[in-house]
Design a protein around this ligand. Sequence first.
Ligand SMILES: [Zn+2]
Length: 230
Amino acid sequence: MVNAWYEALVHVFYPSLCYGCNNELIQGDQFICMQCQTELARTQFEIIRNNPVEKLFWGRADIQFAASTFYYIDKTPLQQIIHQIKYRQEKELGIHMGEIMGIHGSALIHAFNIDLCIPMPLHPKKEYKRGYNQASLLCEGKYKQTGIPYNEKALVRNENTRTQTKKSRIERWENVASVFDVDEPIIIKDKHIMLVDDVVTTGASTEACVNVLMQHGAKTVGIYSLAFTL
Ligand SMILES: [Zn+2]
């Protein structure tokens, strides 16, 4: 009772704001208001085979599945939400979005017997500067929702990403492909892995990670991202 009173009082003086639109949240809403929730564009790709994310990887990587929870569309609440997670230290929001991924992604987890989630590694300098990897936050939320463990040390990203712009397409591909590695293959051996990312765009890094995981003994690898850019 006291807690409820206290919460109501705190809410009056420090109203929580929606991360999608900055409007005041009504009590009971967490992180995102009802209006913004309805504006998040669901893909339903979790239950659609040969969906556009899977097609992106055709002929490039040996994947079991690929899907995204939402479409990434400019100037929508999701763009705001991802911005807050990546650049505004909103870690709890990242975990919350991971829980939403867990709800929608449970169909994939069951269909493909996923036993381990691995976040896409950030460039070490970027992670040091940011203090966290946003894909790990998504994995943490997914773990809270589904109980599927995650390991952020399974995939490593080396420092030496030289500048990409002056290279040919082949050189760029070779450059990206050599960036990722697996230090301890025992972690991934014979595992059905879900590789987790915030936004899939060209898929170049994702492709490299899938290939490295398969080369080091993963049984299957699938891709699941919070958002997909059309
Ligand atoms: Zn809102």
